[in-house]
Write a protein that binds this ligand. Structure first.
Ligand code: PMP
Length: 322
């Protein structure tokens, strides 16, 4: 159970700030029965220059794209949702936290047809440490290739970050955990590497960084995009191409990327050691650049951090409970 200390006291619900306990839905809501939600996972970091939300604009763009794919008409603009995220971090008095904007089909009629059901938009916050364990970032994790295939093209759209996609992710995650692994890597329907249950994946071979393309039915990860940009700035070539499974075993380095997992090295796959069995040099350098930016130690050359505090000055109002 998440304790009251771990989650924010206040939730943003359809434009209003409400107490956590009031952010509930009916069991017969469309989303509960048919999985009709789209959502985001965003981190707010406590940087040297104050709290900053990482790539807020990219996350909200992906959220609204996910909603658009599912014909959900969201009555808020991206600017309004971004401002709501900042207001909520302030209202919950966080320096650092995880933000979960979620748009759901609410309580209306009971059939599959989603159109009669209202669209409800929420943002929740909580404190989330290192997703794959406290040592994972340095030591790396032991993972397996899943027996479950990633969602196929033209079934559930993988470019949408939709709740229903995570039934597939749960199968991958549960299988990995019951077999003693931290995470599972799914292959795409052609048998090429796709992604983890909640992470994109990168491999390094002979100085070249490679990652599966969108047609390997991945979520277009924002951390993935950030790592590609960091590599390009370091003049390290990044190939987006179909990658055979066995490349996992002979790669020099393998790592996961994701908002929750950040950049997590993989030290073994299916009990086969990857490279030297510990974090490799390119992974370490990419991590260093990433963590320096999010800590405010390095200049935010890409403009990735949205300051939270500016919002208070810009709006000149204190957040109010509805
Ligand atoms: N793939 C899946 C299935 C995910 O759930 C996530 C986490 N959102 C990612 C990849 C990584 O995406 P991001 O870097 O935008 O968090």
């Amino acid at each position: 159970m998440v304790t009251e200390q771990e989650h924010g006291a206040i939730v943003w619900k359809n434009g209003k700030l409400v107490p956590w306990q009031e952010a509930t839905i009916h069991v017969m809501s469309h989303v509960v029965n048919y999985g009709s939600s789209v959502f985001e996972g965003i981190r707010c970091y406590d940087t040297k220059r104050g709290s900053g939300i990482f790539r807020l604009d990219a996350h909200i763009e992906r959220l609204l794209n996910s909603a658009h794919i599912y014909r959900m008409e969201v009555p808020f603009t991206s600017d309004e949702i971004m401002e709501a995220c900042r207001q909520l971090v302030l209202a919950n008095e966080y320096k650092a936290c995880y933000l979960r904007p979620i748009i759901v089909r609410g309580y209306g009629t009971f059939g599959v047809d989603p159109f009669p059901c209202p669209i409800d938009t929420y943002i929740c916050t909580w404190q989330w440490g290192k997703y794959l364990g406290p040592e994972a970032i340095e030591q790396g994790v032991d993972v397996c290739v899943s027996s479950w295939t990633r969602i196929a093209p033209n079934t559930l759209p993988s470019m949408a970050k939709a709740g229903a996609n995570y039934m597939n992710s749960q199968l991958i995650k549960m299988e990995a955990k019951v077999n003693g692994y931290v995470e599972g890597i799914a292959l795409d329907p052609q048998g090429y590497i796709s992604e983890g249950s909640g992470e994109n994946i990168f491999l390094v071979k002979d100085g070249t960084v490679m990652t599966p393309p969108l047609y390997s039915t991945i979520l277009p990860g924002i951390t993935r995009d950030s790592v590609i940009k960091i590599c390009e700035r370091m003049s390290i070539p990044v190939l987006e191409r179909a990658i055979p499974r066995e490349m996992l075993y002979i790669a020099d380095e393998v790592f996961f990327t994701g908002t929750a997992a950040e950049i997590t090295p993989i030290r073994s796959v299916d009990k086969v050691q990857v490279g030297a069995g510990r974090r490799g040099p390119i992974t370490a350098e990419v991590q260093r650049q990433f963590f320096d930016i999010i800590a405010g130690e390095a200049e935010d050359v890409f403009g990735w951090l949205t300051p939270v505090e500016e919002s208070r000055a810009a709006t000149q109002r204190e957040p109010q409970l509805a």
